[in-house]
Design a protein around this ligand. Structure first.
Ligand SMILES: C[S@@+](CC[C@H](N)C(=O)[O-])C[C@H]1O[C@@H](n2cnc3c(N)ncnc32)[C@H](O)[C@@H]1O
Length: 263
């Protein structure tokens, strides 16, 4: 979880290549809007909109779309890519909109990065019209057959105890946490749906190259040559093992949550 200021810096730094790094967000954005099923003319607000993965799917269904994000660079790029969308830099915890302004609020992979998700959900409820819909997605955190990579990451890249930018006390948000937050904010008719997005890699080198493109390159820059060589050696031993036993597949998945504001 990150503060709004940290989010601004973190997401500004990756805004230009965000949808290349997180290849599945456009597909999930589409599925999230399909799950909400808005009619043409729906007043839709997409919060934490990033490069517009969810917002563009709303636009395609004829919604009147407003999108907000804390990151100025995300906002700038979204505005250039989608001139039909009203784009604003804004904190989801302090939405600058009147009560009952929207029929649908979407949040793709956002609640789990917020430092105060309850405040954001209360704000979303406030700006939703009676019986309005909230649709959000949550990344699944299961590591499955990639447990070895997770352990390698922890061993080589764990934050030091004095790294105050990482919350080491709180685990990742679960679907149950989301359900509790929504119910506490007064939402009703809660439903959810799982989506799977497996990504197959042809061989260990393809997995290495993909991880390099996802930030491994930058992470390795802070390590000595000896430690990089050790990491690389251990990585390829484990990746070869996985390749030989069932192939290398990254089991990405998400849960779509949908709820209604009360009448
Ligand atoms: C994981 S990205 C998801 C982007 C997009 N919804 C998608 O599905 O691709 C999270 C986004 O939330 C934004 N964000 C983080 N904290 C925020 C806050 N407090 N208010 C508004 N946006 C925030 C980030 O800048 C980032 O663009």
């Amino acid at each position: 979880m990150v503060s709004t200021e940290q989010a601004r810096r973190k997401y500004d730094a990756i805004a230009d290549r965000y949808e290349d790094m997180f290849f599945y967000v456009v597909d999930v954005g589409q599925q999230l809007v399909d799950y909400a099923d808005p009619v043409s003319g729906t007043r839709m607000l997409d919060v934490g909109a990033g490069r517009g993965a969810v917002a563009r799917a709303g636009l395609a269904r004829g919604c009147i779309v407003t999108a907000v994000d804390a990151s100025p660079r995300m906002v700038e790029l979204m505005g250039l890519d989608f001139p039909e969308i009203t784009v604003k830099q804004m904190d989801v915890g302090r939405l600058d909109f009147a009560d009952d302004s929207f029929d649908l609020v979407t949040a793709g992979f956002v609640v789990q990065v917020l430092d105060d998700p309850a405040a954001a959900i209360a704000e979303i409820r406030r700006v939703l019209a009676p019986a309005g819909v909230l649709a959000l997605s949550l990344e699944k955190q299961s590591v499955g057959r990639l447990q070895w990579l997770h352990e390698l990451n922890v061993e080589f890249f764990s934050p030091t105890p004095d790294d105050t930018t990482v919350d080491q006390e709180v685990g990742p948000m679960t679907d149950q946490d989301v359900g509790t937050l929504l119910a506490q904010a007064g939402f009703v008719d809660l439903t959810q749906k799982s989506v799977e997005m497996p990504l197959s890699m042809s061989d260990p080198l393809a997995l290495w190259d993909w991880l390099i493109s996802q930030g491994l390159k930058e992470a390795l820059q802070s390590m000595s040559d000896k430690r990089i060589a050790e990491f690389r050696k251990r990585f390829f031993i484990e990746a070869e093992r996985m390749h030989a036993h069932g192939g290398i597949v990254l089991d990405f998945g998400a849960t779509l949550h949908r709820a209604h504001a009360p009448m």
